[in-house]
Design a protein around this ligand. Structure first.
Ligand code: SF4
Length: 178
């Protein structure tokens, strides 16, 4: 029995692997899939199915959030021309981390974090800053990480290949498909 529980926001199955194997040494982990940014819906379902497969394989409890695509579009519509890594992504991270913190509260977790920083396209400093600020407002702890470090990205891809998981070729939202 680990001392602390941690709610891990997972963006997709591949990105969940390295963070999970790292964090489970110290924490009891529960997955939270909340990604209303993913477009179209059939892609959302595909990524969710991958996460369900990983959760079942390693017996990780999984909470599936709502697919609030309209809410995501409302929050980001004025930033549709932003490049990937720009202001729209900060709003997208914030939306997903705020919802993760709400779920952490509801489920009595003291710690939460996200798999997002495993991607070489994501700025871990920005994610950590947003996560810490949300945690402070909610009396929670955000586990700061840059999961791509120490070959983290390489390891997660390697494991994903071993499991023959689906790996998407765009971040998630409609604007990142181009
Ligand atoms: S590019 Fe990725 S992180 Fe940025 S807004 Fe789109 S889905 Fe969100």
């Amino acid at each position: 029995m680990k001392e602390h529980n941690l709610l891990l926001h997972v963006c997709c199955a591949t990105c969940s692997l390295h963070p999970y194997f790292l964090l489970r040494k110290e924490y009891s982990i529960k997955f939270y899939f909340y990604n209303p940014n993913i477009h179209p819906e059939k892609e959302y379902i595909k990524r969710l199915e991958g996460v369900k497969f990983v959760a079942e394989k390693y017996k990780i409890p999984l909470i599936i959030g709502k697919y609030q695509e309209d809410k995501w579009f409302d929050l980001t519509k004025s930033l549709k021309d932003e490049p990937e890594g720009g202001k729209r992504c900060n709003i997208c991270f914030k939306m997903r981390l705020e919802e993760t913190s709400k779920m952490a509260k509801k489920e009595n977790f003291k710690f939460f974090t996200t798999t997002l920083s495993v991607s070489p396209h994501k700025n871990a400093n920005i994610i950590n800053k947003i996560g810490k600020s949300i945690a402070a407002k909610n009396n929670l702890n955000f586990y700061e990480a840059n999961f791509k470090k120490k070959d983290g990205f390489k390891k997660t891809i390697q494991k994903s290949k071993e499991l023959n998981l689906y790996r998407q070729n765009y971040c998630g939202c409609i604007y990142s498909i181009r």
